[in-house]
Design a binder for this molecule. Sequence first.
Ligand code: PLP
Length: 637
Amino acid sequence: AALYRVDGWGAPYFTVNSSGNISIRPHGVETLAHQEIDLLKVVKKASKPTSSGGLGLQLPLIVRFPDVLKNRLESLQSAFNFAIQSHGYEAHYQGVYPVKCNQDRYVVEDIVDFGSGFRFGLEAGSKPELLLAMSCLCKGSPEAFLVCNGFKDAEYVSLALVARKLHLNTVIVLEQEEELDIVIDISRKLGVRPVIGVRAKLRTKHSGHFGSTSGENGKFGLTTVQILRVVKKLEQFEMLDCLQLLHFHIGSQIPSTALLADGVGEAAQIYCELVRLGACVNVIDIGGGLGIDYDGSKSQDSDISVGYSLEEYASAVVQAVRLVCDRKGVKHPVLCSESGRAIVSHHSILLFEAISASSYQSPPMSFDGLQDLVERLPSDALADYRNLYAAAVRGENDTCLLYAEQLKHRCVEQFKEGSLGIEQLAAVDGLCEFVSKVIEVSDPVRTYHMNLSVFTSIPDFWGIGQLFPIIPIHRLDECPAVRGILSDLTCDSDGKIDKFIGGESSLPLHELEGNGCISGDGGSYYLGMFLGGAYEEALGGVHNLFGGPSVVRVSQCDGPHGFAVTHATPGPSCGDVLRMMQFEPHLMFETLKHRAEEFANNGDDDSSGSIALASGLARYFDNMPYLMAASSCSLTA
Ligand code: PLP
């Protein structure tokens, strides 16, 4: 556990149990020992064939824990409740979940359900997000906010006004000044009194990666000049009472409470000014930014860590607003936050399997043709060869690689000119490969091939270099014998993970048992990517047509296994991903079937074989694109 810093990033939800497996503590600190869920048992249950009592799902697999989601939500609410009580704040906290962090139906429905007791709402940033938020909030608290952010057109605004007509507590937040005209116009046409918010562009700037949209030159929000114009216009249309919420967002992963308090304090000043100007504001929405400690370092100087707890975050917000409002004699506003990452990151784990690992042995060297080659080398290439030899004797690896590269380059040129035969070129290639493999062996970082697409499942690693805790989920009572990087299935050199938390360029890993793992037997080696419940699923693409993982929802329950799988969905099939590219799998199938029958009619095949071939083809469309255990793979050829 210490090697992988589990206690740092994993507390209080993840721990290592006495079998050396990762255990989930679904209720956080309140989890009792018998309520812990062994993750390996979940993977086995999900992936075993149905004939052996499993669910027959293919990996990669996302395991969701709704209990963890509930605990996160309740912990956030209690942190604010506690801060409000201890600082004598005279209004309540009522948060919203920004659905863009994970729009999965069950995730959103769970959040509305778990949060209905404390008026927890949703935030939407586009029309489909608004539609899903509207339908989910029909089952939520009537007071829960439905905050409408993002760029808006007339259709978005009219949908938000329809939501108000449906008695959903909808707030249209102006991200741009021009949106005000649309809101005034459409609300008059529809005869609906809107509730309006403004997003302020604060001067407080968050300098980390996630803060690039903050500050005066940020992409979103209204400047003070624009806010004043909005106030004037609303006054002119006798709608100033509609302006009820002040919003800001200084970026995700706010590193410190000092920066947070600075931003909140600035926003509170604007809020008090809006009160002075006659607006009926009563809510400050502090946006997202509540961070996650991905590496467990509690550092303020890194994009992947934060130096505060939930309690410290809530306390900083409450104190900053109270201070400003008390000085100005303004009634304390309701506090709203749009915490996404902090709510959903922990609840899901991505699990994937190693297929094989690169060899640790130096390759056998064949020196056939080398003598002949050396005799024919021109003087510059011969000098490279001699230098390579001398560097090898001195044990200078980098110099060896340099001369090997030069020698190869010169010989390729000669081959292109026609003065070197293919046997000599092959001898040079063999020599250079030998040199690089021997050097690789002295630097024993191996490549573990994973049944995964980084582009689909960990897009933020590929796109912005974001690190997540990635560790084996079992054998943690064994000392890992090697170090490795992880390479995925895509035909792309970017499809690898070679940076890990703690600044490591390789991961301690265990030797694979048997011949690799796509075997379905006891030799599988499973890794998990933790804290990836926010953003990764919707951002992922289908590079190489690898679609999303299978998904299971697992709840803690009393009983022999300690958990129940309440929902299971296989990942998109080959047919599903082909459909995304406008192919029509049933037509593709018909074309191939027709082809098979055609060959049968031409006598190129016997007709029974062709019929079997055609009917077997269907399965290829139905299965997931990822590699399959040999035992579950029935071949058709
Ligand atoms: N609200 C707005 C307006 C955002 O842009 C974001 C994300 O950047 C969020 C909320 C969610 O932020 P976080 O995931 O840091 O909580």
